[in-house]
Design a protein. Structure first.
Length: 411
């Protein structure tokens, strides 16, 4: 069980911490060396998220067993290759844009494959071994990858240059990727099916008594809509945080350091928000995480270095927690269908991420300021919190209708 869990942590570190989010600390150097504009950077980010969206849809259709294992391994191979290939010198931004676009798209598709299939295999393995309490630790991989890539760029990025950063990170991922390639396998369909309804840790309070509900229930639809808004809101900071800080002289020195702080905050976020969910329920844990993230998104507008570091902590400490609790709650509301609900939620999240960076990059390119983009991102996250509150209220009412003695904390 623990070998599978460790393999899952490493796969998330590669797919999310490096393949997707190393772009953020490397981006300023890429822009300086190649003339890549903020609108171009937003376009590349959206292409990556378009790939992620398509990969999420495809991953949800992959059958159990050997096929799922093989698709995961192929995704891992292509993911590492597309990361390393970003370090090839294709010339200036105009010349390199076609190759970058293909590579970031492939990275997005394969990141989704690794993310969804890896999480599904780990969660199913934990459920079979009655180890659901360890599920929160899985998401440490995202923060570990973000912190490690940020530290790498801060320590050696100046000596290797942005191309060397990509090549070196790709080589590191190739080496450590051998472990999840060997350790993560899917059980036979019969073994999986016998445990399909096991709820994920931390989700037991999702819907009153045991959280199970129909796949198309109003609470699940509201959760899905809120997750879409979260994807579109958080990704503005996720794409431009380092660039935002480097454009302000008072905060410029914090660029890569802030990204490392994001990773450190994300490392324990899954465990922290699982503990919060055990006390107040997954609905309220998600609402609180959304509100905290809103504060984190807005803090860089103050121009304060201290506020920037707090922003990084809040951002890292919430976006991974929102992912882990949304999956836990969604899996509970859908009766334990891990791969299906993870795939659906990841697809709508990816759709939000496609939409978010494009207008943000265009607004910044036109106005020269990130303030409007940050305000729009914060508004989307707050709107998600409102939808979650509605879902919590409906779930609480339904729980009371089933059992008038139930007084869930979510009502």
């Amino acid at each position: 069980m623990f070998r599978v869990l460790i393999g899952g942590v490493i796969s998330l570190a590669i797919a999310m911490g490096v393949a997707r989010f190393a772009f953020t600390p490397i981006l300023p150097a890429m822009q300086s060396a190649t003339g890549l504009g903020t609108d171009g950077a937003g376009f590349l980010a959206s292409l990556n998220y378009l790939g992620y969206f398509i990969g999420a849809i495809g991953a949800g259709l992959v059958p159990h067993g050997r096929v799922r294992t093989n698709v995961f391994r192929l995704s891992l191979l292509l993911n590492v290759a597309s990361t390393a290939a970003m370090g090839i010198d294709f010339g200036n931004a105009a010349q390199a844009m076609p190759a970058w676009s293909v590579l970031r798209f492939v990275s997005g598709v394969t990141s989704a494959g690794m993310f969804i299939l890896g999480i599904a295999m780990v969660l199913d393995t934990l459920a079979r071994a009655q180890g659901e309490r360890w599920a929160g630790w899985l998401y440490m991989g995202v923060g570990t990858g973000i912190a490690s890539s940020g530290l790498f760029v801060a320590l050696v990025g100046g000596r290797l240059g942005w191309t060397g950063d990509w090549l070196a990170l790709g080589a590191i991922c190739a080496a450590i990727g051998l472990l999840p390639a060997l350790w993560l396998t899917d059980p036979p369909p019969a073994a999986h099916a016998s445990h399909a309804a096991a709820p994920t840790a931390g989700a037991g309070k999702a819907d009153g008594k045991n959280g199970a509900s129909s796949a198309l229930s109003a609470p699940l639809l509201l959760l899905t809509a809120a997750y879409f808004l979260e994807g579109g809101g958080y990704i503005v900071s996720g794409t431009f945080l380092v660039s935002i800080l480097k454009t302000d002289p008072a905060m410029a020195a914090l660029g890569e350091t802030a990204w490392m702080v994001v990773g450190l905050g994300a490392m324990g976020a899954g465990v922290f928000w699982a503990a919060v969910a055990r006390r107040v329920g997954s609905w309220w844990a998600l609402i609180l995480a959304h509100l905290a993230q809103t504060v984190g998104i807005l803090l860089p507008m103050t121009g304060s270095p201290t506020a920037a570091l707090v922003s990084a902590i809040l951002f890292g400490g919430t976006f991974v927690g929102i992912v882990s609790q949304a999956f836990a709650l969604g899996r509970s509301l859908s009766g334990g269908a891990s791969a299906k609900v993870v795939g659906t939620l990841t697809a709508v999240y990816g759709l939000g991420q496609i939409i978010g960076p494009l207008p943000a990059g265009m607004v910044v390119a036109r106005t020269g300021s990130f303030d409007s983009a940050l305000l729009g991102a914060a508004a989307a996250v707050v709107a998600g919190a409102v939808l979650l509150a509605a879902g919590a209220w409906i779930a609480g009412r339904r729980a009371e209708e089933r059992d008038p003695l139930v007084r869930p904390k979510i009502s």
